[in-house]
Design a binder for this molecule. Structure first.
Ligand code: 7TS
Length: 443
């Protein structure tokens, strides 16, 4: 099957998800969904991000690679500087003022994350290095104790490698089996197939909330409900969802939820694992070291209370604090207002891309956000990315760490535009102007 058969091609009518988006936008404008959309001021938001003011290759930077990492607002940068200027000390151990201050700021950040995800307790919020580490933690600590030969792990065809490889490693250790939920041509999960795959041997379902390659938003509530009916646990990879759509872990009902700080305007090297308390309580520690213990003798060690049992060693203190600042920044703008703005830019972007001869969109689910993956006939995506870079436009090209998705569509790679709250229709125009140059060069 060629990509042209699977995606939406230049000159074709708008995909159905655009219709859905238009309907929702209308409701938003009518004030039914969210009144704050009218107050969204993208120029003011752009002003918060100093990096966006620069030129690359003599052109104003058009940063459209936000699924890889987002840029940081000044207040997040300031939080890191302030921490090292005024607070720096190790946490949970000093009796001196700075240590107490650092501990309080670190634990305050945990409260912000708890509120943001609507977890029921800060004990359910474990700070980790990022989404990848969170998934590895669950696969290792929970998986090693709860899976045996012949047990099954379900992932989907659209998972990032970080939600595939930790489970494969677990399968190698335990004899468990990895099964894959297929997707249709638009990039939606085949829910019937999912239900058929669920069975008494299914121990955990681990799926992405918002696909980094296709933009599909998966029905995680329904996925969780069905998994629980089958007696399986659920992990949701929220790396791409938290910056774009409101998340309520209690409403979803999932057992674990993972995300990275750097994709939601926070620093790199910090992320979050949410886990239901009773599950985290029953799990063995992931790593041993300082801070995760209650007492140590050479004969026996007892572990610290949650969440510290999973936070061995000196953590990324300033990272957690600045992540708290980033989340407060997002909350202040409002995730629904961000979603409405990004939907407008996404819809405009899809329309403009399809005006470019030779473009095929990959990922056309009705329920999608923030991602426009495409191929351009006769041009390798890397060439698209390299020429666009000369025009100041930063996109990602390649397999986006989702090689099974590329295989599903029979393509080696895509060019991917991924949006954030600061992107504009004008930047889409710059992208499309750059693409015209690509077409000229290759025609
Ligand atoms: N899950 C998804 C859905 C992702 O998109 C990514 C990173 C990860 C997990 C891993 O996150 P990390 O912060 O632990 O590395 N995705 C991408 C991307 O799309 N381009 O670069 C990284």
């Amino acid at each position: 099957m060629t990509p042209a058969q699977l995606g939406v091609r230049a000159g074709q009518t708008a995909p159905e998800w655009q219709e859905t988006a238009r309907e929702e936008d209308k409701r938003m404008r009518n004030g039914e969904l969210n009144k704050r959309v009218n107050t969204f001021d993208v120029d003011a938001i752009r002003n918060d991000f100093p990096i966006l003011k620069q030129c690359v290759h003599g052109r104003p930077l058009v940063y459209l690679d936000n699924a890889a990492t987002t840029q940081k607002p000044q207040e997040v940068i300031d939080a890191i500087v302030r921490y090292y200027t005024e607070t720096n000390a190790n946490i949970h151990r000093g009796v001196h003022l700075l240590s107490e201050k650092a501990t309080k700021e670190h634990e305050d950040a945990r409260k912000i994350v708890k509120r943001f995800l609507n977890a029921s307790s800060t004990q359910e919020i474990v700070f980790v290095r990022g989404c990848t580490e969170a998934i590895n933690l669950v696969a290792d600590s929970w998986g090693s104790e709860n899976l045996g030969p012949g047990d099954e792990i379900l992932v989907s065809n659209m998972e990032h490698h970080s939600n595939i490889v930790p489970w494969q490693l677990l399968c190698q250790r335990t004899g468990a089996v990895l099964k894959v939920i297929p997707i249709d041509d638009a990039g939606d999960l085949l829910m019937d197939e999912y239900q058929k795959l669920l069975g008494p041997r299914t121990k955990i379902v681990s799926v992405v909330h918002l696909s980094n390659a296709l933009g599909t938003i998966n029905p995680v509530r329904e996925i969780t409900r069905l998994a629980h009916e089958a007696g399986a646990r659920v992990l949701i990879d929220g790396a791409q969802s938290v910056p774009h759509i409101p998340v309520d872990v209690q409403d979803i009902g999932c057992d674990f939820f993972a995300f990275s700080g750097h994709k939601i305007y926070g620093p790199t090297g910090i992320g979050v694992l949410y886990g239901k308390r009773e599950l985290l309580e029953a799990m063995r520690p992931y790593q041993g070291g300082g801070d995760m213990i209650s007492s140590v003798t050479f004969e026996e060690t007892t572990y610290n209370a949650l969440p510290y049992k999973f936070e061995a060693g000196t953590p990324n203190i300033e990272g957690a604090i600045a992540l708290g600042t980033a989340i407060e920044y997002v909350e202040r703008i409002g995730l629904e207002a961000i979603a409405a703005h990004e939907r407008d830019v996404l819809e405009y972007g899809a329309q403009r891309l399809l005006e470019t001869p030779g473009v095929t969109l990959i990922g056309t689910s009705r329920h999608k956000a923030s991602i426009l993956s495409f191929v351009l006939e006769g041009v390798h995506p890397h060439d698209v990315g390299t020429i666009l870079d000369q025009e100041g436009v930063a996109i990602r090209t390649g397999h986006h760490c989702v090689q099974p998705v590329m295989k599903r569509y029979g393509i080696p790679a895509t060019a991917r535009v991924s949006l954030a709250c600061y992107n504009t229709r004008g930047e889409i125009d710059a992208l499309v102007a750059g693409l015209k140059k690509v077409v000229e060069i290759f025609s």
